[in-house]
Design a protein around this ligand. Structure first.
Ligand code: URA
Ligand code: SF4
Length: 196
């Protein structure tokens, strides 16, 4: 299966109630062969209108951070845990995450990135499969299922707390370094395959 086939499947998804209130599906954007994938939480107001992730204020910050390490959104892949916008940007519900996250795993399977950079608590918890706190583990690379997981702050959180910006910028410099290193990712261990 490729990304456009998967997109078609997700366009028709009714696995949770969010398809009823959304405008556009926000499947994801970028390169099908990207070395790095960024994962946010869920579409917001502008994403829902345009059908593209990270196009609002948080997205402008993400674009700027990418530019700071010589990348554009066409060089990477950007997606979210949820593909449909929760009404009024409320937090995702556990049942919505459970319903939607298999699509994220399929995107990762197709793209096969070396690094999955999780933005904020929701993406980090979903990808690591455990309840962690982003401030405790951000900037620490761990081995995932055939890729490295690199958690950092969500750009929207940084917009609310400008004192976090320097840390986020430093994490992007670390991402640049990891990409230049051309890290070889060890194959997934059996116990990691059982996580999901
Ligand atoms: N915040 C997210 O988590 N994802 C988006 O696509 C936009 C804002
Ligand atoms: Fe389906 Fe995900 Fe949209 Fe829910 S949020 S309807 S699971 S695509």
């Amino acid at each position: 299966m490729n990304l456009s086939e998967l997109r078609e499947e997700v366009e028709n998804c009714k696995k949770c109630t969010l398809y009823q209130s959304r405008n556009k599906l926000v499947f994801g954007v970028g390169s099908e062969t990207a070395d790095i994938m960024f994962v946010g939480e869920a579409p917001g107001y502008y994403e829902d209108i345009q059908g593209e992730p990270f196009v609002g204020a948080a997205g402008q910050l993400l674009d700027k951070l990418l530019r700071s390490i010589g990348l554009t959104r066409q060089d990477v892949y950007i997606g979210n845990v949820l593909k449909c916008r929760p009404p009024d940007n409320r937090d995702p519900l556990p049942e919505e995450i459970e319903a939607c996250v298999p699509f994220l795993y399929k995107q990762i399977e197709i793209i096969k990135p070396k690094i999955v950079c999780t933005l904020g608590n929701y993406a980090t918890r979903v990808i690591l499969g455990k309840t962690v706190n982003i401030s405790a583990i951000r900037g620490k690379k761990t081995l995932g299922r055939g890729y490295y997981v690199f958690p950092t702050y969500h750009p929207a959180a940084v917009l609310r707390n400008p004192n976090m910006i320097a840390t986020l910028e430093r994490d992007f410099q670390e991402i640049k370094r990891m990409l230049q290193e051309k890290v070889e990712v060890p194959p997934p261990q059996p116990e990691q395959m059982e996580l999901f």
